[in-house]
Ligand binder design. Structure first.
Ligand code: ASP
Length: 340
């Protein structure tokens, strides 16, 4: 086993910085915030992170989170696995908040260690008078090192709350309380610098590492008076699965149903609610384009899984050769979500 030298036998905390607002500041007047702050510099001014800890920090990349991708996340995962081998008791990843709900779910589905992997970021850049990065990083580190966090997989810590990747959503574009777990609430919170969980850790779903990464999953939103052009071309464009971000409890227009049925004969079609909160239905509506109609035509309802997470799930399942089990995983993650 690889071993990091730790002369003082202090607990090891590993922090990987990826960029995002937490690593941003304005570089020249009028330029807008840019990701320029290295991992090392993120620790400046957080004196609590130097007390009684052996902190190992690396800048893995410095990008806005919209430019992260699955390939890079697999590298981050391998880096984090290496930190566990080197003796880290907790791992924190700092990144942009725009894709945090997706990266957290992606990493959680692959993270098989008991060591907590905690993702955090900031809503205000570091040169903003109300910069939240230092407090979030300190909270995330405390969560990562807390023994109660072990076996909980990946966690998201923002604004004093702890969220599970399956439930967490970025629900506001700009405010400090941007992260919520609609319907379920946070898994825990920081109380007087202590970690307080509101729910027990429960059985996790962990997938094998993807063997291939070149497959593609399309995501099409149902919108009022939408045309059918993209839907008509999904198969010809070589997509390996389709996620429909559907109206309400899993509905699309009458114009879409025959095309969706055609697509289901070739590739998996997942239907998730575009509402941002609440599950798809299965047996409530029977009109053409309803959830019952789409199920009859071969589509799979995603329950509480949002369209973005449904896309990640099927992408990973295709990658590890388990796409045929998609219904089982959707059942586990989308419908039993309350227990997850
Ligand atoms: N607004 C973003 C953030 O909060 C930018 C990004 O996701 O990189 O970090």
């Amino acid at each position: 086993m690889a071993q990091r030298l730790n002369h003082n036998s202090l607990p090891i905390l590993s922090i990987g910085a990826l960029g995002g607002t937490v690593s941003m500041r304005t570089t020249q007047p009028g330029s807008g915030a840019q990701p320029v702050i290295t991992g090392e510099a993120l620790l400046d001014g957080i004196s609590q992170l130097h007390e009684g800890l052996d902190v190992h920090i690396e800048t893995l990349c410095l990008v806005p989170s919209a430019s992260l991708d699955f390939n890079l996340l697999l590298e981050v995962l391998i880096w984090a696995q290496e930190q566990v081998k080197l003796g880290a008791l907790g791992i924190v990843i700092t990144q942009g908040t725009d894709t945090l709900e997706e990266t957290a779910f992606f990493l959680d589905l692959l993270w098989d260690a008991d060591v907590p992997l905690v993702l955090t970021g900031a809503m205000h850049p570091s040169d903003h008078p109300g910069a939240d990065g230092p407090a979030n990083l300190l909270d995330a580190s405390r969560v990562a090192l807390d023994t109660q966090s072990r076996k909980r997989g990946v966690l998201v810590v923002m604004n004093g709350q702890i969220h599970q990747p399956l439930h967490v959503r970025k629900c506001s574009s700009i405010t400090l309380d941007a992260f919520n777990s609609p319907f379920f609430g946070p898994a825990g919170l920081m109380l007087e610098n202590r970690v307080l969980y509101l729910r027990k850790a429960c059985a996790r779903t962990v997938l094998p590492m993807p063997r291939s990464i070149h497959h593609k999953v399309a995501l099409l939103p149902a919108t009022l008076s939408a045309d059918t052009v993209l839907l008509e071309h999904v198969l010809a464009l070589g997509y390996d699965a389709l996620v429909v971000s559907a109206f309400g409890a899993g509905h699309v227009s009458v114009e879409w149903v025959d095309l969706i049925e055609q697509v289901t004969t070739e590739i998996p079609v997942l239907v998730a609610s575009r509402t941002g909160s609440g599950p798809t239905a299965e047996a409530s509506y029977g009109f053409i384009g309803s959830e019952m109609d789409l199920i009859d035509r071969g589509a799979l309802m995603c329950g509480f899984l949002c369209p973005y997470k449904a896309r990640i799930l099927i992408w990973l399942l295709i990658g590890c050769g388990h796409a045929r089990d998609i219904a089982k995983y959707v059942q586990r993650l989308g419908f039993k979500a309350a227990e997850a």
